[in-house]
Design a protein around this ligand. Structure first.
Ligand SMILES: *[C@@H]1O[C@H](CO)[C@@H](O)[C@H](O)[C@H]1NC(C)=O
Length: 231
């Protein structure tokens, strides 16, 4: 197996999942935070609009790929989130990255993803479903983050799964293993983006140029999720 991702980036990314607390903010504070985070978001690789701002009409949970920066990465997380916000309105969408180390080594675990990251994503989805009864949840992940998305969603209760209206994955390391779907979850709610020549989609962990090409799918992926949100 050949893994050619940038090791120094991974070593610099030691942020571990922080405990999530429900903030008690009045609406004015939430607006202020939303405005501030929208500005930060446009140039940043980290977004915590659910854990720091609470419920919005739509909550988007995203897990980045191995060695990517922040909790959203750069390849597809921020551009996809930006498209959702520009279509639905910045203050209608809470963008929440999944804090996990995104080490290369955890790709080799059973299920293909960091165990704490899976638990973090699963509990954030459960928390949003129970605390935000009027919100629609959408989720996505890139590379190891796609594996994390499979593993987090497949073991959710039916009630929480019902709140998740759409899921997109990119360069999905579990595409072959899970036969092009997320186990125990409706296939029509999921769109898996696998570029021609991206070998991780066929069970390898060899990184080719195609694996880094998913920025171009941000518009199509947002359209898919918006269709599910509006549907
Ligand atoms: C999670 O779901 C998978 C099937 O997709 C199953 O094999 C596994 O045992 C489940 N894990 C738990 C902890 O329920």
């Amino acid at each position: 197996m050949k893994v050619t991702l940038a090791i120094p980036l991974f070593l610099a990314t030691a942020a571990l999942a922080a405990p999530v607390t429900e903030p008690a903010l009045d609406p004015i504070d939430i607006e202020a935070i939303a405005d501030l985070e929208t500005r930060q978001f446009s140039s940043g690789t980290t977004s915590n609009e659910f854990t720091s701002g609470g419920c919005r009409d739509v909550i988007f949970f995203f897990a980045r790929g191995s060695t990517e920066a922040g909790n959203m990465g750069t390849v597809i997380g921020p551009p996809l989130a930006g498209n959702l916000k520009s279509t639905l309105g910045a203050s209608s969408v809470a963008v929440q990255g999944i804090d996990y180390p995104a080490a290369i080594s955890t790709n080799l675990l059973p299920g293909g993803a960091d165990r704490n990251g899976i638990a973090t994503m699963k509990s954030l989805l459960e928390q949003a479903a129970s605390q935000c009864p009027n919100s629609k949840l959408v989720a996505g992940g890139y590379s190891q983050g796609a594996a994390l998305t499979h593993r987090a969603i497949e073991n959710l209760s039916d009630a929480v799964k019902a709140k998740i209206v759409g899921v997109v994955t990119f360069g999905d390391t579990q595409n072959l293993q899970d036969r092009g779907q997320i186990p125990n979850f409706p296939k029509d709610k999921v769109k898996i983006f696998c570029a021609a020549g991206d070998l991780v989609c066929s069970g390898s962990l060899t990184i080719t140029a195609a694996h880094l090409s998913y920025t171009r799918n941000a518009g199509e992926a947002a359209d898919f999720l918006v269709g599910k949100i509006r549907g």
